[in-house]
Design a protein around this ligand. Structure first.
Ligand SMILES: [Zn+2]
Length: 491
């Protein structure tokens, strides 16, 4: 029995059910690609693919509507495979088992793949909709969105012709997305000289834990503590009042996470150990007060430990601590177009003492404006290079700058108000989407992103709210029906 029989819009759920049975993890899209190409052939639709594996399927304009602007509908073919540890699932062969329960559809033990299976299913339902009277529709299915966006990165600038694009990869019914941030990494490497530990010294290990961390895009403006910044502040202040020598400093982990923990080992002369302990406790109280409720679980502890094999030379230590003091972290600028949107930010993500007397400092910059992203990356580069670090930038990916005067935004907003009697929320996100890459390559393209409500994406708890699938569909159809002609007044 098909569990989707009772759900509306039935064609969307029918295709979604079929997609669930096709394994389609990122970089493993051969079967879903074949499925889509077979679907196009069986329905007599023109289809093409590019070298990287993206697919375009075209629904020609209905008779008499050839003069309407072409609209591109976009989804991604791949999905994230996460499962509960005790659930047996082979991602190469096993189908996803969807489960309908109350108002939601989820999957048994695994991610559901409504991200972005609902986008794919809606495109297929539109491509086969005999009732729909519309201009030319180009359905773009990209590969590998979830693990590197290589499909969007490598798309050729003539792969599709439309200059209105609706991205079907958002997860909040009632929200229209009109912008995203671009990103890049800036990584500095410093080299120090190891020095022997003086006789009669003592070593103290300091540990800083319990911060919230969070996503370096979505949560950068929340004021959470940065464990690298706080540990560095402690060390920098200690080094100004006492004779301390740094032997190791290890903080943060992922480049796209705000660092939650840091650990350091310092060597001091034995007489000052009590004073340093006391000073550190005072510093801890001061920081707790400064951060307040938001970081009440922060812990800074210290204990005497065995002497390390070496310390770093004083000059390099001063440079490291100064560079990390200068290095910015957090929101740098707010959008001039949209309220409460971080435009530009930087995350001081990690500092690690590695082999060969090298210290690696990893940072990430984001902005919806390309030039601002490069500017904040230059700011970080300068802090690090003044301290003698060798600095490298990653190539990065571009952002999508919000345009409040966008035609597709106006059309979609009007459709939403007409259907649901209220205004949708219009937002941009301070993280990367494929739209940024498309925006950069297809000059002058007008884009929007919306979708049904999905919760817990990328986890086995992923679920889609059934009623929002219908709301999403009705909105999409109404927007398509309202795409204007190519030149105003030229019917
Ligand atoms: Zn997605």
């Amino acid at each position: 029995m098909n569990i989707f029989n009772q759900l509306t819009p039935y064609p969307v759920w029918k295709f979604f059910g079929e997609i669930c049975s096709i394994p389609r993890l990122s970089k493993n899209e051969a079967r879903i690609r074949k499925y889509l190409l077979d679907f196009a052939r069986e329905n007599g639709l023109e289809a093409k693919e590019d070298r990287i594996g993206n697919i375009l399927i075209i629904k020609p304009a209905s008779p008499g509507l050839q003069n309407r602007k072409t609209v591109v509908l976009q989804s991604h073919m791949d999905m994230v495979g996460e499962k509960n540890a005790d659930y047996p699932h082979d991602w190469n062969t096993d189908p996803i088992i969807p489960v309908v329960s109350n108002d939601w559809v989820s999957a048994k033990g695994t991610t559901l793949g409504a991200d972005d299976g609902m986008g794919i299913a809606s495109q297929m339902a539109i491509l086969t909709d005999k009732e729909l009277k519309a201009g030319r529709i180009e359905c773009l299915f990209t590969v590998d969105e979830e693990s590197g966006m290589t499909g969007a990165i490598n798309i050729e600038p003539d792969f599709f012709s439309g200059r209105i694009l609706i991205n079907l990869d958002s997860e909040d019914e009632g929200v229209l997305y009109i912008g995203c941030a671009g990103g890049m990494d800036t990584v500095g490497t410093m080299t120090y000289k190891p020095r022997p530990v003086a006789l009669g010294s003592k070593a103290i290990s300091i540990s800083l834990t319990g911060l919230r961390g969070g996503h370096s895009g979505d949560e950068i403006h929340k004021g959470y503590g940065n464990s690298v910044k706080i540990m560095n502040r402690l060390l920098w202040n200690l080094s100004n009042s006492f004779n301390i020598s740094l032997s190791s400093f290890d903080g943060g982990n992922l480049r796209n996470a705000i660092p939650r923990e840091s650990f350091a080992t310092i060597v001091v002369d034995s007489q000052s150990i009590d004073k340093i302990s006391q000073w550190t406790d005072n510093f801890y109280r001061e920081i707790l007060e400064e951060l307040g409720e938001i970081e009440k679980d922060l812990k800074i502890t210290h204990r005497e430990t065995g002497l390390p094999p070496f310390i770093m030379d004083k000059e390099s230590q001063d440079k490291l601590l100064s560079a990390l003091t200068c290095c910015p972290h957090g929101a740098i600028a707010w959008s001039k177009e949209m309220e409460n949107l971080v435009e530009t930010s930087t995350n001081l993500a990690s500092v690690k003492f590695g082999d060969d007397n090298k210290i690696k400092i990893v940072t990430t910059q984001r902005s919806s404006i390309e030039s601002s992203k490069r500017d904040v990356a230059a700011m970080v580069e300068t802090c690090l290079s003044l301290a003698g670090a060798v600095v490298i930038h990653s190539e990065g990916y571009p952002g999508w700058r919000p345009n409040m005067n966008s035609e597709i935004l106006r059309i979609t907003g009007n459709s939403y108000k007409k259907l649901y009697g209220r205004s949708p929320n219009v937002r941009a996100i301070h993280a990367g989407l494929e739209c940024g890459l498309i925006f950069e390559k297809f000059k002058g393209i007008d884009m929007i992103s919306f979708g049904p409500t999905i919760r817990g994406a990328h986890t086995p708890e992923e679920k889609i709210e059934i009623r929002t699938a219908k709301m999403f569909w009705d909105l999409l159809i109404d927007v398509i029906n309202n795409i204007p002609v190519k030149q105003p007044g030229n019917y």
